[in-house]
Ligand binder design. Sequence first.
Ligand code: H2U
Ligand code: ZN
Length: 349
Amino acid sequence: MSVFDSEEHPHRRFNALTGDWVLVSPHRTQRPWQGKEEPPSRPSLAPYDAGCYLCPGNERAGGQTNPDYLGPFVFQNDFSALLPETPEGRHDDHDLLVAESETGICRVICFSPRHDLTLPDMSVAEIHAVIDLWASQYAELAAIDGINHVQIFENKGEIMGCSNPHPHGQIWAQKTVPDEPAKESARMLAHLEKTGRTLLGDYLSVELERESRLVCANDSFVVVVPFWATWPFETLILPRRHVRHLNDMTTAERGDLADIIKRLTIGYDNLFECSFPYSAGMHQSPTDGAEHPEWDWHMHFYPPLLRSAEVKKFMVGYEMLATPQRDITPESSAARLRAVTETHYAEHN
Ligand code: H2U
Ligand code: ZN
């Protein structure tokens, strides 16, 4: 038997941030593909669309009219999944049938008045303005009694279930800390208690030392394909300094965050020459009033594309029933992402 080589042999990797495992099968990347193929699409859009419910001056489904906004614009989601006035209550008359009421607030953020842009098309200054709005929204929602977690995210692309190409994201703020950040929170706290250092601070140190999973970096942030990545081109933005949430960042750091988001999303678009779909979002310290010294702000990008704009990864079969699995290794994904130019491919001609 030969010696174990993680570039060649099936293995599983531990996600130190959540405690989950992922199965990695690098030997499978050569397998033939006869699955679903769809034509690539970079929709050609007008800067303003009279039928868009997010464009300035247009009416939304709820009957409200958007103002003639010039920069990022936030409004309450007309179809909020969480509502502030839900009565408190609990059903636990049987151990196996437990339910409890949940309260919260859902908002939508338009990143730009322009219907035809996406984050990589926007300037660093324009993305900085979005980050400032994310930061003030986090602070405003955190200050509300009974809001203990604020989830900021973006669904991009039809295949991610995004309802509209107008650049926008969402905020769901709620009473309980949801499962993913709760798992991270517990692991971060255990690491701090054990070592006196933060988990993601230590993780960044080892990634900077190893280099094989680095994608790009600037003075304040580093992008890696995490060691435990599940999605083919999943990435994680890590801060170089201990910051628990956006409001711990200086103005210069927020500018650097805008820069790194622009470069990363340009790289994504270039990888398969399309408007690259993903779900992305940041995790910040819970807003339950505690200090949370264990928490480091970070941002996840979960893109579904596998080998081209036509081939998407599905989490099905073994992954639904057992554990997530990937073929291409995180190290080769990082190498491919590093190699794509930082000039947007659509500007080449
Ligand atoms: P997605 O594209 O990720 O689905 O987000 C769009 C959100 O916008 C969605 O949550 C809301 C939907 O409820 N929305 C409004 O608040 N008003 C509208 O007029 C249409 C859509
Ligand atoms: Zn629009």
